[in-house]
Write a protein that binds this ligand. Sequence first.
Ligand SMILES: NC(=O)c1ccc[n+]([C@@H]2O[C@H](COP(=O)([O-])OP(=O)(O)OC[C@H]3O[C@@H](n4cnc5c(N)ncnc54)[C@H](OP(=O)(O)O)[C@@H]3O)[C@@H](O)[C@H]2O)c1
Length: 246
Amino acid sequence: MAVNSLKGRTALITGAGKRIGRAVAMALSGEGANIVIHYNRSEAEAAALAGELRACGVEAWLVKADLERPDERSTLVERAAKAAGKIDIIVNNASVFPPSTLSDLSFEDLLSSMTVNAWVPFSLSRDLLRLSKKGDVINILDTRLADYDWKHVAYILSKHVLSVLTKMTAVEYAPDVRINAVAPGLILPPPGEDESYIEGLTHTVPLKRHGDPEDVASAVIFLLKNDFLTGTVIPVDGGRHLKEGR
Ligand SMILES: NC(=O)c1ccc[n+]([C@@H]2O[C@H](COP(=O)([O-])OP(=O)(O)OC[C@H]3O[C@@H](n4cnc5c(N)ncnc54)[C@H](OP(=O)(O)O)[C@@H]3O)[C@@H](O)[C@H]2O)c1
């Protein structure tokens, strides 16, 4: 097994200003990687993170893009590379998680989730191949792909599409770009909910607890460092994928 050092590599992390994206940024910086922090609304959090990363001894840049806007997403990798000099790694972390059921799902809801959660990770990966010619991509999926999420239908459909795209691009872009994924389980309550939201769901997890953003980040690092992996999905979910549907 070849162990890739992350020292001096440059990673673009989408939605990096807070929560799981922030933990991934901190963990990658701990390995010596420089970070391009993508954000949309969380400008203050992104700026604070950049300061923290620089204080840890790595370089950090900020790039803004509303991923629903074609003009902003289609230039993101290019703008990130211009700011940082190069992009070696993309972590496709940003996502939307709107409630929707089969009975109230609209085409617009579906399109919004498909755009941010599936199209953008795919198109940024393709941009990386075109611009950098080689590198690594980590897509963030969801352990509920093992079953369904009946209350977030647009979201889960979009993550299914991203799951298939992870495998197709892993084949198509090899050997130049490796595409792997992490599928988190119960990690953080959705924005607007408090800790009781996930505490109330720990009975669905074989390990009987929720995970932390750092658990997701350490799986991202494992996938980046082991360069014989492509198309691999690591569930970081306390075993929840084994019992979806039960
Ligand atoms: N939380 C969990 O327990 C859990 C479980 C399973 C899977 N996941 C997956 O793990 C990843 C991170 O989860 P999370 O809960 O930390 O995510 P989150 O807080 O819901 O979203 C992460 C970021 O996505 C960005 N984003 C959303 N819409 C955007 C848009 N139109 N343009 C640009 N950026 C946009 C936002 O950036 P700004 O704030 O800068 O606007 C947001 O902070 C996601 O892919 C999620 O599906 C999470």
